[in-house]
Design a binder for this molecule. Structure first.
Ligand SMILES: [Zn+2]
Ligand SMILES: [Zn+2]
Length: 179
């Protein structure tokens, strides 16, 4: 006889839901397993690195055993005991020089590209500033023209009014002669 109801599993239970207990146990098991497998992976990675370093203790590859066992200029491989020729080190030096040159070339190209980008951005900025300045100047010229027109028009009106007054006065005078 259940007194409680589990909404997740839709069953009645008296003290704890057996399905919830089972789910929780499964969840715990999974999390323990996954943490264990993570640890195992880490340990195996560390072992791999250690083994690699043990068999490759140098900076350069031995041309005989192909392990990275050689310090620069070494006469003998500490792993396979082969003697290393001067010719081998000359080739290594040439390869390094070539790599250095190529790297410098790439860096120079990148520097030039950056410079070019900066130059274009600056040009674009100047172009915009010039555009704004020209638009402003054009606007100012228009305003000046409108002012000039207004003043001209005003003077014209004054002139017309003055003539109208004068004509009126002349007319009045002529009319007074006949009255
Ligand atoms: Zn439940
Ligand atoms: Zn070797």
């Amino acid at each position: 006889m259940g007194r409680y109801h589990c909404s997740e599993h839709g069953i009645e239970y008296s003290s704890v839901c057996p399905a919830c207990v089972r789910d929780q146990a499964e969840e715990d098991r999974q999390s323990i397993l996954s943490s264990l497998s993570e640890q195992t992976e880490e340990v195996s990675e560390r072992l791999d690195t250690l083994l690699y370093k043990q068999s490759n203790p140098g900076d350069y590859k031995c041309p005989e055993c192909y392990f990275i066992t050689l310090k620069k200029g070494a006469k003998r491989c500490p792993m396979c005991r082969s003697s290393i020729s001067e010719e081998y080190w000359k080739q290594v030096a040439e390869k390094e020089e070539e790599t250095r040159k190529r790297k410098a070339e790439i860096e120079e190209k990148q520097r030039q590209a950056t410079e070019e980008q900066k130059r274009k951005a600056q040009e674009e900025k100047e172009r915009i500033v010039r555009g704004i300045r020209e638009a402003k100047k054009e606007w100012e010229n228009k305003v000046d023209l409108v002012f000039a027109l207004l003043i001209g028009f005003g003077l014209l009106i004054l002139f017309v009014v003055a003539i109208a007054f004068t004509l009126q006065e002349v007319a009045n005078k002529i009319m007074s002669w006949f009255s």
